[in-house]
Design a protein around this ligand. Structure first.
Ligand code: FAD
Length: 308
């Protein structure tokens, strides 16, 4: 069937039975922190797990590709967009439920809001994540971390659904967390919620740590310019930002993209950059660092709809 009519049919069927948002040709730059990305053929934001099941069933029935997004803070999307269905697990999955020192958290909860909630509840151990701008689902997916902490240290249990609509539950060990990686990465599993196990602490002390870490972040990172966070993974011996700086690339621009002059680990969209501008700059960084130090940097950001 012709591409456009296939999506028109899917759109018609979805709008008739899905309760959440369903859009056609939605610009993904509206859903990424980088403010880059062409349209998704179809964009759906389900209201809850039952609604998500309906969305997934229709995607399967019409045989189109599917990509899950959270808060879009780790994504670089093609200027041509995504030829398929993008499903946002967003604020509709926003709930937190405390049971002693274990808190059940929906995939659409902002990490910063969660950190503040846990502090108010006198629960410690999540301070490290307070300045990471993603949702819980994206953080579990890639075992997000900062300042010596990572999701692996606090996740007790994860509830997921796959593209066939089957629900699975995993313990911490079964999640196979490693550096910026989990069982969910490169699988067809979608995080619905996670149980986090915290330690008992003191609200004021926790808030003080959060304040210190956020001040550190504000001083060092270009938080007021669109980006997707650290562009490259930490190589085995050292830091990507140091290698990039030592290679003389800090502040280097390619059209609208720039190696941040505040933190060379970040490529920022300083002036209406396209995805191609960012990819070109990434290639320059990778080859220069490799030529100078013999180290091949790997992207930490997720590239969607195109290739590096
Ligand atoms: P998205 O960017 O929407 O998606 C990222 C990946 O997760 C995609 O592959 C997507 O398919 C998948 N995904 C999202 N939600 C789900 C779900 N519910 N189920 C299954 N898969 C899902 N990261 C760090 O680790 N540490 C940092 O200190 C840090 N600092 C940052 C600072 C800035 C200024 C920015 C812009 C980013 C930073 N990041 C950092 C990157 C980013 O915030 C994290 O990776 C975050 O965990 C991504 O969450 P998200 O909801 O935005 O996911």
């Amino acid at each position: 069937m012709e591409y456009q009519s296939k999506f028109n049919e899917l759109y018609e069927e979805m709008t008739s039975c899905v309760r959440g948002v369903v859009l056609k040709e939605e610009p993904l730059k509206n859903h990424t922190y980088f403010k880059i990305g062409g349209p998704a053929s179809l964009f759906a934001e389900p209201e809850d797990t039952e609604d998500l099941k309906t969305v997934l069933k229709l995607i399967k029935k019409h045989g189109v590709d599917c990509f899950i997004i959270g808060n879009g803070t780790n994504l670089l999307v093609s200027d041509n967009g995504y030829k398929g269905a993008v499903v946002k697990i967003g604020e509709k999955f926003n709930y937190m439920e405390r049971n002693d020192n274990v808190v059940t958290v929906g995939a659409g909860v902002l990490l910063s809001a969660l950190a503040k909630y846990l502090a108010r509840e006198n629960l410690a151990g999540f301070e490290f994540a307070s300045g990471i701008p993603g949702y819980l689902g994206g953080a579990v997916y890639m075992n997000a971390g900062a300042y010596g902490g990572e999701m692996k240290q606090v996740v007790k249990h994860v509830k997921c659904i796959n593209l066939d609509g089957n629900v699975y539950e995993f313990t911490n060990e079964e999640m196979e967390f490693t550096y910026r990686h989990s069982k969910i990465t490169d699988s067809d599993l979608i995080v619905l919620e996670a149980e986090l196990e915290l330690s008992y602490g003191n609200k004021d002390e926790i808030m003080e740590i959060i304040k210190e870490l956020n001040e550190k972040r504000t001083t060092k990172q270009p938080l007021n310019i669109p980006s997707a966070g650290s562009t490259f993974k930490r190589p085995q011996n050292g830091y990507a930002s140091k290698l990039i700086e030592d290679a003389g690339l800090k502040g280097l621009k390619y059209k609208g993209a720039m190696v941040s002059d505040k933190h060379s680990g970040f490529i920022v969209n300083w002036d209406n950059a396209s995805c191609e501008d960012v990819l070109k700059l990434m290639r320059i960084v990778i080859s220069t660092v490799n030529d100078k130090f013999g180290i091949i940097l790997e992207p930490e950001i997720k590239i969607v709809g195109t290739k590096l």
